[in-house]
Ligand binder design. Structure first.
Ligand SMILES: [Zn+2]
Length: 250
């Protein structure tokens, strides 16, 4: 497959072969790039590429790649962020030095001039958000892991990722997308359970989904929500959480 038509606009398709374990697609500079593991079974390659391209086309049609989802998170002074039901406020403080810390409900970021170094400042905020949220996320992972999986979890990483919601390596390294923190906890839990299920089954087969369903009988709803809304979620404000169909943690 060399190109695909999305609502009258042609998007070229490029396939790159990688050493990664997972296949995925993303949009870069108006080109659909499909990353394929080189050890993917020959007979499934065509089918996988086709389905990834189709899914990406659907996402493009829905505005996923033109929206917030295609760029790194940005934070600003005075911004109020809700993470797992807890409100935090971003405060940029002018200083000769860079640095960030959590003080009460404030994320204090020392910067020289936040206009010039917006990106750097946002990275510092992300770092503090990770710090604030990690204990709670580890507790959630432990909650599901001890009940259903009993897997060895070596490390948890939270990342401002623009291509995946999560991943889990064979050695129990779990990576989650930072954006999940700004979503209802039900969605975060779904991704946690999904990744934990990968410690038992690497591919998305019947047994994999059966296991996810055993833990979260309504996982399909959550997955659908994530697909439809996930990439347009921004860590903005209280209002934003109102459109969620799920309840918010108190
Ligand atoms: Zn998966």
């Amino acid at each position: 497959m060399e190109k695909i038509d999305v609502n009258g606009k042609i998007f070229p398709v490029t396939v790159i072969w990688t050493k990664n374990r997972n296949a995925y697609a993303r949009l870069r500079n108006e080109t659909i790039i499909v990353s394929m593991p080189s050890r993917w079974p020959e007979k499934d390659r065509e089918k996988t590429i086709l389905s990834l391209v189709k899914r990406t086309a659907k996402e493009i049609a829905r505005g996923r790649w033109t929206a917030e989802g295609s760029k790194k998170l940005e934070f600003f002074h005075g911004q109020r962020i809700i993470i797992l039901g807890k409100e935090l406020e971003v405060e940029f403080i002018q200083s000769k030095r860079f640095g960030g810390k959590l003080k009460g409900n404030k994320i204090q970021i020392k910067i020289r001039d936040h206009q010039e170094i917006k990106k750097k400042a946002s990275q510092l905020v992300s770092k503090q958000i990770v710090k604030a949220a990690k204990p709670e996320i580890l507790a959630r992972i432990e909650h599901f892991n001890s009940q259903y999986f009993n897997a060895e979890i070596s490390r948890l990483t939270l990342r401002d990722n623009i291509s995946t919601w999560g991943s889990c390596s064979r050695v129990g390294l779990i990576t989650l997308n930072l954006r999940l923190l700004f979503m209802p906890s039900e969605i975060l839990d779904y991704v946690i359970v999904h990744e934990l299920a990968h410690t038992k089954y690497m591919s998305h087969g019947k047994r994999f989904w059966g296991l996810v369903e055993k833990v979260l009988p309504d996982y399909k709803e959550r997955r659908k929500w994530l697909r439809n809304n996930g990439w347009s979620v921004v860590p903005n404000s209280v209002d934003q959480q109102n459109f969620f169909p799920y309840g918010i943690d108190k």
